[in-house]
Design a binder for this molecule. Sequence first.
Ligand code: FAD
Ligand code: DLZ
Ligand code: SF4
Length: 506
Amino acid sequence: PRNLILVLGDQLTPTLTSLAAGDPAQDRVLMAELHDETTYVRHHKKKIAFLFSAMRHFAEELRRAGWTVDYVTLDAQGNRGSFTAQVAEAVAELKPERILVTEAGEWRVAQMLEGWRTTFPVPVEILPDDRFLCSPTEFGAWASGRQQLRMEYFYRDMRRRTRLLMDGDQPAGGRWNFDAENRKPADIDLFMPQPKTYQPDAISQDVLALVATRFGNHFGDLLPFRYAVTRADAEAAFDAFVREALPNFGDFQDAMLTGQPFLYHAVIAQYLNCGLLDPLRICRKVEEAYRSGTVKLNAAEGFIRQIIGWREYVRGIYWLKMPGYERSNHFGHTRPLPDFYWTAVTDMACVRAAVTQTKELAYAHHIQRLMVTGNFALLAGVDPHELHEWYLCVYADAYEWVELPNTVGMSQFADGGLLASKPYAASGAYINRMSDYCGHCRYDVKQRTGPDACPFNALYWDFIARHREKIRHNPRMAQMVRSYEKFAPDEQQRIAESAATFLASL
Ligand code: FAD
Ligand code: DLZ
Ligand code: SF4
């Protein structure tokens, strides 16, 4: 072949730049299921099964489009276990004129690709990934010279650039952001929509058998397996979301409800992040739903902000700060990750619900990740790097470029406030307001200290106390520091003791 085109597991997009630069008649595509990629963290079984099945279906899609694809399954004779070894073998065997690859999503793999320029005997061409709106270079230019990075201003630029929800040069509805209307707790609703599910086809069945034998000791339940694994099915799942759940997406974005893992969320990040869905295309569909009157502006705007705002912004921060960002630890936290992050065995009903559904589905929605598991780890002083590896491992949508800034920056404030303007620390009162978990809990959310008090309460005030010198100057935290300092000394004492007793029991 003229070109050897390597397609990575999260590049399942037919318009990918490396494919666009190639020619099906002359080039060879290489895709591989690799031991190293499944174990740099020991990913959830369902995540591996999802990605392998989506990769195999994509290889079929490429073959139908006329490409010759060498697809190396995990159990194939010639499987070499890593990108570098697999490509080295293909180069030796096929003697291509050059290697084409679209830039990698994560720093570790990007370094690997760069290294090939000197180690392989053929030229390596690394092409930009145009599935994102804002390139790392453009983000760097936006960030340089700013005192403070704030998502909101980045987002407005992306709205202007994409023309999404714009009326001339003004935002639709006269405001950029309708988040203030999105703070409602959810009620039990018999007609709660559910994400569209799919039965495993023959390809998925093969993958499920492989994952069961090869990754039996990884975290999480493999079955039932209900994710879409083709572009067409992922699109249909998204269309169903737009019809059924999007109308309520904004209103209940921060809500949590027992037995309802999905609420009005889209459950599409796993499809977007491996390339089955295109971010701009789905945002255009959402704008269309707003323009045609089927969803309100707060829902459409809230959704589009997550995609062209948050998703692009965290990726920009990732490339701006890597390498090194993964070791950020502003508060100097060192506690090992408690066992219940893996077992779900805890009396805290909110944590139990989040971890249980994570095991079952490889999914938890944003507020569960941020305000339950993330918040608990922050208050308990868990080592942010260990927590980062947990999030990277357990969610079907987790890739380092998006997971790391969300964990280290947004949820742990470990970057000292680069990404988020204040630590997302909260006591049980927040969880009680946004969910029905506390009603099912053995702890009392109204008590601050003592053996029956909600652990989040003492831990929250203890966190404020321990770190008050670091957070006192944050305008959004100063009030909490003052409140703590107004507590009587014996109350402060009880807080410290309650927190210490609970932490010692972990
Ligand atoms: P919805 O709530 O329906 O939102 C729609 C889409 O918006 C998502 O699919 C996603 O693509 C995008 N989005 C929303 N919030 C964010 C955000 N903060 N950052 C980036 N994109 C966002 N998201 C990942 O895609 N991968 C991760 O590994 C990941 N790890 C996270 C770890 C922590 C600690 C936290 C607090 C958040 C993390 N997120 C991650 C962001 C967010 O929680 C998920 O994108 C979301 O829960 C996915 O579910 P959904 O598709 O139903 O999203
Ligand atoms: C996450 C993942 C997993 C579990 N397995 C593979 C694989 O077997 N083959 C592959 O090409 N990619 C896999 N990936 C994605 C990569 O680890 C990595 O996240 C992306 O290539 C982004 O750089
Ligand atoms: Fe969680 Fe505390 Fe409520 Fe129990 S009482 S569910 S631990 S917030």
